[in-house]
Design a protein around this ligand. Structure first.
Ligand code: AMP
Length: 192
């Protein structure tokens, strides 16, 4: 099973991705985590992307595609993935489709759109900032990340809706309630 989580920062993609990967034994691929690991390890990629992360901007497509596509194909061969954070624009989704073929198809079976109100998002991110030390969890950068989501990532929902794979989840509630709604929404994709 190949699942893609789409949602603004603070919508719970990380938490739900972890839960779904454990429940269905799928590889959880969180591109923000992969990029932060590169930054921390001071790799050439890390040095190239650090300013983008600090500003809450998307890193260039070629960088993220080269980093994540091999991991995605590997997961597809091993039975599936839960993707959290990629594709993050229609352009990136088209790259996934173009790189796929009948033998190795990396496009998602289901796209889970976590819908959360803006007030709740800001509240959750500021809460998270108290426990995690993320350089992009400040009020100014959060506002930019929400804008980047609206402009670059939200159009992905329509893109996948045209392909009939979107499940919209009201994610204003607790982690457990959101997880239950997601699993229900997957219907017959879920193995018995
Ligand atoms: P996240 O942890 O998913 O909120 O991602 C943190 C940051 O990593 C984002 O604000 C972007 O700077 C970068 N990033 C993560 N995924 C992507 C992607 N698919 N394309 C471009 N930039 C990304």
């Amino acid at each position: 099973m190949k699942l893609l989580l789409i949602g603004p920062p603070g919508s719970g993609k990380g938490t739900q991705g972890q839960l779904l990967s454990e429940r269905f034994n799928l590889l959880h691929i969180a591109t923000g985590d992969l990029l932060r690991a590169e930054v921390e390890a001071l790799t050439p990629i890390g040095k190239e992307v650090v300013d983008y992360l600090d500003r809450g901007e998307l890193v260039p497509d070629d960088v993220i595609v080269d980093l994540v596509m091999p991991v995605i194909f590997d997961a597809v061969e091993k039975g599936g993935y839960v993707l959290d954070g990629f594709p993050r624009s229609v352009g990136q989704a088209k790259v996934v489709r173009q790189m796929s073929d009948d033998d190795l198809n990396a496009t998602p079976d289901a796209v889970i759109y976590l819908d959360v109100s803006r007030d709740e998002l800001v509240r959750r991110i500021l809460e998270r900032a108290k426990v995690e030390d993320r350089s992009d969890d400040t009020e100014a950068v959060i506002s930019n990340r929400l804008q980047v989501f609206e402009e670059a990532t939200h159009p992905l929902v329509s893109y996948y809706r045209l392909r009939g794979v979107v499940r919209t989840i009201n994610a204003n509630c607790s982690e457990e309630e959101v997880a239950t709604s997601i699993i229900e929404s997957l219907g017959d994709l879920v193995p018995n």
